[in-house]
Design a protein around this ligand. Sequence first.
Ligand SMILES: [Zn+2]
Ligand SMILES: [Zn+2]
Ligand SMILES: [Zn+2]
Ligand SMILES: [Zn+2]
Length: 415
Amino acid sequence: MLSLEQLSQIVKEHLGLYMLIEGTQYTSKWIISESALGGRGIFATEDIMPGDVLFVDHPLIRGPRSGTTIQRGCTICNKLDGDEFFKCPKCGLLLCSEQCQNTNRHGDDCDIIGGWTKKVPTEEIDDTLLSRALTAIRSLLLNEEQKQLMLSLVAHMEPPHGSEITRLKKYFDFSDEDEQMMILACCALDANAFQIASPFGVKEMSTRGLYPVAALMNHSCVSNTRYTFNSDLQMTVKAVKPIRSGSEIFTCYSGILWGTPARRTYLYKTKHFLCKCERCADPTERGTLLAALKCFVTECPGSMLPVEPLKLSTRWRCLECGLFVPNKNICAVQGALGSLMGTLDFDNVNELEYFLLRRIIKFIPKTNQIVVDLQCRLIWELGESEGLRWHDKFRTYIGTVNTCHAYIFFNVYLL
Ligand SMILES: [Zn+2]
Ligand SMILES: [Zn+2]
Ligand SMILES: [Zn+2]
Ligand SMILES: [Zn+2]
């Protein structure tokens, strides 16, 4: 394991190439140090103001996400699977065009995979599995220092992390050394990778990047930074609140507009920890009521919230009538809501609108994260869909949602 000094040095070199922001050199206002949360974290070395750029990170490796439900797409431009798609005869990776096949990036991928002995003909290679493993395969292109930086990050070592590489051995022969490096990359990716947002309105294969400096930030559900990607996939991390010299700098690994049960379950499943931050400990989540459900008493207009949100088995209680409900009944409602959401066609504006205005609000309070999420999706679709740009409806929604989101952001970010 690298010492703090060695790690700081490698991080400085990694960022060094990208230290110029808008033509001005900036000096970092933070250091890497031991965190009270365990492991390492990033700490302010001077008072930082909202809007200050903390750093601009760039990915060590990037590529398709590894989930089994990820849509198939071109492994170079991320365009979703269409009629023209084909497998590269040399490596078996899915591509959309000759243009993508002739890129340097595919050349690199193809050199690695094409260099392995195939155990089956190309047609029989599972290209979905190959795509899920591709980001880790690209770790074989890193130089020694970059590998060290990757390996210094927290990693989820226990199976099934890395299983996409083990399963690839059905199709290819590769060296034990390559196998080990790729498995370590999977473990580092699963613990640290950031999902890369698609450009506005573009539907494409979901991708991720291993941003090593951003990965050093610990999690908080009321994080003091936010990040954005530019078209070169550089990640700019900025402060969103004043950060006092000496305080830890955090990011939020989960959706910021998710309610506590959703955030904690996600963090536990993907990052293997149960968050105990002040937002998670507050049943009302600073008054935003993002997780609230409607009271089970038909005539009662009240919202129900968890009594002890840090306990997974907590009872819930109605804020109006005081009714207590056991956790298993709450889980049943949450499960049913999840299934209901699963049936929705998110591209269909009319269906979304009908669902939001007529159906879902009968079952959940307007503060619930599902309502907030649907409002965001409607804005997205109404603003982007042909014939719906700057429609009257759009303005009405913008009005409602802005008020609602301003309130949530104010409470979550600024207090
Ligand atoms: Zn392509
Ligand atoms: Zn190829
Ligand atoms: Zn939390
Ligand atoms: Zn009630």
